[in-house]
Design a protein around this ligand. Structure first.
Ligand SMILES: Nc1ncnc2c1ncn2[C@@H]1O[C@H](COP(=O)(O)OP(=O)(O)OP(=O)(O)O)[C@@H](O)[C@H]1O
Length: 262
C-alpha cells in the first residue's frame, strides 16, 4: 500500500445519501481516501456505485451528507459549498474523471493531441511548443503511436480511446482520479494491457483513485481498499485482499464465489 496518511485524508465522504424521488441511489455512505490510495467500489448492477461516484466527484450534489476535499490552499473544503467556478477549477486541476464511455470523457471532434493539450491550456499553459511537447510525452506514456496524434478519437479503437482519456486526465498531474468501469466493453487482452498501464501510472505518480467496477479482477489488481455496496449501502469495506479472501458479509461471500453477477 502506498497511501500516505501523515497529512490527513484527501477526500472525506460523510453520510452521503442520494435519493431520486422514492428511489434510493445510495444511503449514508462514509469513507476517507488518503493520498496515493486506490479504493475499489464493487456491487451488483443498481447497488449505487455510479451514484456514489457522481456525488463524490462533484458531478451531482447529494441530497444528504458531505463530501470534503483537501484543497492545496485551504485544506478540507465541502466541495458543494464551493462556487461552481471553484469546483470546476478543482476538476480541471486536482481531479480527473475517466468514464466508461470515451464519448463522455473525450472531445470526439478534436484531435488526440488537442484532447491532451487543451487540458494544459485550461490550467493556464500558453506556450504552444511546450504544450505540444508535453502532450507528446503523455501520448507516449500511454503507448499511443505519435503518428496518430492529429487523428480524431472516433477513428481509434476502444482501447486507444481509453488510453487517450488516461493521458488527457493525467497530464495535469491530478491528485485524485475517479474511474467508472474504465475497462468494461474492451476485450480481455486489451483490458489486461490497460490495467497494467493504469497500475503503473497510478503507482508511479502516487495518484489516489476511486474505481467503480463490476469486475473483481480489476479491484484485485488495482485497489488497496475495497468497498462492497448493496441496495445503496456499503455492506463491507476493508483491505482488498482481506475482503476478497475472507469476506465477512454474506453478500460479499456470494459475490466472491461468483454466484451473483457483479
Ligand atoms: N436518474 C435516476 N433516476 C431515478 N433513479 C435512478 C437514477 N439513477 C440511478 N437510479 C437508481 O439508483 C439506484 C442506483 O443506481 P446506480 O446507477 O448508481 O447503480 P450502479 O451500481 O452504478 O449500477 P450499474 O452497475 O448498473 O451502473 C438504482 O436503483 C437506480 O435505478
Amino acid at each position: 500500500m502506498t497511501a500516505r496518511r501523515d497529512n490527513g485524508p484527501l477526500l472525506e465522504v460523510e453520510g452521503v445519501t442520494q435519493k431520486y424521488g422514492q428511489n434510493i441511489g445510495c444511503e449514508d455512505v462514509h469513507f476517507s481516501l488518503y493520498p496515493g490510495e486506490v479504493l475499489g467500489i464493487v456491487g451488483e448492477s443498481g447497488s449505487g456505485k455510479s451514484t456514489l461516484l457522481r456525488c463524490a466527484s462533484g458531478l451531482m450534489q447529494p441530497t444528504g451528507g458531505t463530501v470534503r476535499f483537501n484543497t492545496r490552499v485551504d485544506g478540507l473544503q465541502d466541495i458543494y459549498a464551493l462556487s461552481e467556478a471553484e469546483r470546476r477549477m478543482l476538476m480541471r486541476t486536482d481531479w480527473g474523471i475517466i468514464y466508461q464511455s470515451a464519448r463522455d470523457g473525450l472531445r470526439m471532434n478534436v484531435s488526440a493531441g488537442a484532447n491532451v493539450g487543451e487540458r494544459l491550456m485550461a490550467v493556464g499553459d500558453r506556450n504552444y511548443a511546450s504544450i505540444r511537447e508535453t502532450s507528446c510525452e503523455w501520448l507516449e506514456k500511454v503507448e499511443m503511436d505519435l503518428g496518430r496524434m492529429d487523428d480524431l478519437p472516433r477513428t481509434f479503437s476502444g482501447g486507444m480511446q481509453q488510453r487517450l482519456q488516461i493521458a488527457r486526465n493525467l497530464v495535469t498531474k491530478p491528485r485524485l482520479v475517479f474511474m467508472d468501469e474504465p475497462t468494461s466493453g474492451l476485450d480481455v487482452s486489451v483490458q489486461a494491457r490497460l490495467l497494467d498501464l493504469v497500475r503503473g501510472l497510478v503507482r508511479q505518480l502516487g495518484i489516489a483513485c476511486i474505481i467503480v467496477t463490476h469486475d473483481l479482477g480489476v479491484v484485485r489488481l488495482l485497489s488497496d481498499r475495497l468497498m462492497v455496496m448493496r441496495k445503496g449501502r456499503v455492506v463491507e469495506q476493508g483491505l482488498t485482499d482481506q475482503v476478497l479472501d475472507d469476506p465477512q458479509h454474506a453478500y460479499t461471500q456470494l459475490l466472491v464465489s461468483s454466484i451473483l453477477p457483479v
